[in-house]
Design a protein around this ligand. Structure first.
Ligand code: URA
Length: 440
């Protein structure tokens, strides 16, 4: 069958055979299928979907399109975590050290910021000297010494996903459950972990805007995980407001230090501990504690110094400059402009995708791949959903690097955009629950 027939088949809403999906992925990997034909098929998939079998075949073919990591050097069950993206998400720098305190080993391959969402690699690169390109040959030594490794994606891991993702980004075909599920799970399968927790974000700052969509995506990925022999749990988390008190690279690493020393915000602790509990159980390292006891023990270790000691060891092992007082940053934040509430009332909602874009405008992320980041840029949040504010109270502040100049005009434009992101109510508003549901 010619590729045009395959596109037409999906356009008419028919199922693609395993062989057709296989030839598509082979064709994009060896370059024999041009981008315009793949783009047409992607759009047909967005419009007509894929069933579970098609989605699983697509995932497996993408996972097999390059090399796979063999994590057999890990002791016990190697674990992994993935977030579908958000604003202010600083979970990975907290989770890996916390897991290490339970002897749970993890090789985490992370990405840079994408669109309005931040990226773990950029956050760690705010620390002077931190190496985000650990060679695969060095993973076993670091795992045996400290139980965790963090590195950027290796280029030959699921290369078909890289090609597809770049095309989806420019053809309006990102937002599709089969395409998102196969993209994420192909990388996780190729990454070699045997237990996985998915943080499926939900709300205005996430790909999935509603709980139903988030649950559908979560279930699709759990099903793929099962078929691939990976124990998978999904935690649907709130992204209808930024997570924690900051977004931006240095700002978020500073917040990580606050949490590790017991001064952090509850929502970050709750998400991190929920993910940790599930991973520790999947890895069989719960030491006989029941769920409640394990939750309390994770919370204690996260906030009372145990995870901090692991974090310092980890940052040093990857070349980062750090002492007991915290990391040395490439650029410190300067709080350039405080944004105040124009009304008295309760914060009802925060347009989180717009907040993320404003943070990128300040310099915390890239608009083009070649842009350089201002590690000190970002936003601090002083009022979140449910908080009572008076007219003139500071709701958030805009930051840029202490050694950078940002024009007042830009700052004032961004201030007015940030003000538009906040919606208020005269009536009390319930606070958002950071963890919406856990699915397995
Ligand atoms: N993250 C991914 O890795 N892939 C997607 O398609 C969406 C989010």
């Amino acid at each position: 069958m010619s590729f045009v027939n395959i596109i037409e088949k999906k356009r008419y809403g028919c199922e693609l055979s395993d062989e057709e999906i296989r030839s598509w992925i082979k064709g994009i990997t060896d370059g024999s299928i041009p981008d315009y034909q793949t783009s047409a098929l992607l759009m047909a998939i967005v419009l007509n979907g894929m069933n579970a079998r098609e989605m699983t075949t697509l995932t497996m073919e993408m996972a097999d399109s390059g090399s796979k990591l063999d994590l057999s050097f890990c002791e016990g069950i190697p674990v992994d975590k993935h977030s579908t993206g958000g604003v202010g998400d600083k979970i990975t720098p907290l989770l890996l050290p916390l897991l290490a305190t339970f002897g749970v080993q993890s090789v985490k391959l992370s990405g840079r910021g994408l669109g309005f969402t931040g990226g773990t690699i950029d956050k760690f690169e705010s620390i002077v000297g931190f190496n985000t390109s650990v060679a695969v040959e060095d993973f076993p030594k670091q795992i045996s010494e400290i139980g965790m490794v963090l590195s950027g994606q290796t280029p030959d891991l699921a290369p078909a996903d890289k090609i597809l993702y770049a095309l989806r980004d420019v053809t309006g075909t990102v937002d599709s459950i089969p395409l998102i599920a196969s993209s994420i799970m192909s990388k996780k399968i190729a990454g070699g972990a045997k237990a996985l927790v998915l943080d499926v974000t939900c709300g205005s700052g996430a790909f999935m805007k509603t709980r139903d969509r988030a649950e559908e995506l979560a279930r699709a990925m759990i099903d793929i995980g099962k078929l691939a022999g990976i124990k998978t749990v999904a935690v649907v988390t709130d992204m209808d407001q930024p997570l924690g008190r900051t977004c931006g690279n240095t700002l978020e690493m500073q917040e990580v230090m606050e949490i590790l020393t017991g001064k952090g915000s509850e929502d970050v602790v709750k998400v991190c501990v929920t993910l940790a509990v599930n991973l520790i159980k999947l890895a069989g390292k719960d030491g006989g504690l029941n769920d409640e006891e394990l939750y309390a023990e994770c919370e204690r270790r996260l906030t009372s110094g145990d995870a901090l000691a692991q974090f310092i060891t980890f940052v040093s092992a990857q070349g980062g400059s750090i002492t007991m007082r915290g990391p040395e940053y490439r650029e410190l934040p300067h709080e350039a402009l405080r944004v105040t509430s124009p009304v008295e009332g309760y914060v009802k909602s925060i347009r989180t995708d717009k907040i993320g874009s404003i943070s990128v405008e300040l310099g915390a992320g890239r608009k083009a791949k070649t842009d350089t980041i201002d590690y000190g840029a970002g936003i601090c949040f002083y009022a979140k959903v449910g908080d009572k504010v008076r007219r003139g109270d500071v709701i958030c502040s805009l930051c840029h690097g202490i050694s950078r100049n940002v024009s007042e005009d830009l700052l004032f434009d961004l201030m007015s955009e940030v003000m538009d992101c906040y919606e208020y109510s005269e009536e009390p508003v319930e606070k958002n629950d950071a963890v919406i549901m856990v699915l397995d």
